[in-house]
Design a protein around this ligand. Structure first.
Ligand code: GSH
Length: 201
């Protein structure tokens, strides 16, 4: 048995976890998930019934993890320590991981549903403020840096980079020099190519 099992559908956020496993050089199997007939094993691993969901097979017993950002970090912790942040990179790494999983994801999802915060009060209360503020933060980040933590690729780039890659592909975030250059650096990576091979661009 492989070290990890990933519940997978190629048209889903499970690609993020597959990319993380590829970057880690991990030994994994894919468990195919069809939306109309989700397997009971998926609900056992993630009661929300969403993917990605990952099972780590260990001698001490299996562990399940869900949520793309958590899965990325978990894979780095258990299979790819070189992709973890060093002390000087931790602030950027965690800030941007959580920014991407929270404010960025929420702002993109709400916009895609056609929901716009109603006025200053809503903007004040919403964790992301407004889509425009989130997009400006993201773009500004990569004006200064090649990767989330500066010079070096870390596991945060798999998660944040997936949001950027997906966002640019589907025009759900504004294109621009900084994000385009960042996405191009990521798309050059062999692990990205191994993940996306055969997926329509
Ligand atoms: N918060 C989850 C979201 C995962 C998610 O929404 N996955 C979608 C596919 S992209 C899914 O499993 N949809 C099937 C369903 O909800 O039944 C994460 O970030 O990992």
């Amino acid at each position: 048995m492989a070290d990890y099992t990933l519940f997978f559908n190629p048209m889903s956020r499970a690609l993020i976890a597959k990319w993380a496993l590829e970057e880690a050089g991990a030994d994994y199997d894919l468990f195919p998930v069809e939306w109309e007939s989700k397997p009971a094993e998926l609900f056992a691993a993630n009661p929300l019934g969403k993917i990605p969901a990952l099972i780590h097979h260990r001698a001490e017993g299996d562990l399940a993890v869900s949520e793309g950002a958590a899965i990325c970090h978990y894979i780095a912790e258990t299979a790819a320590p070189a992709l973890l942040p060093n002390d000087g990179e931790k602030a950027d790494y965690f800030r941007m991981m959580f920014f991407a999983a929270g404010p960025l994801e929420a702002a993109i999802s709400n916009k895609a549903q056609g929901w716009v915060p109603d006025g200053e009060r809503a903007e004040l209360t919403l964790g992301y403020g407004s889509f425009e503020r989130v997009a400006a933060m993201l773009d500004g980040w990569f004006a200064e840096r090649d990767y989330v933590c500066g010079e070096r690729f870390t596991m945060a780039d798999v998660y944040v980079g997936s949001q950027v890659d997906w966002g640019l592909r589907f025009a759900s975030i504004p294109a621009g020099e900084n994000l385009d250059a960042y996405a191009a650096r990521l798309r050059d990576r062999p692990a990205y190519a191994a993940t996306m091979g055969g997926i329509p661009g």
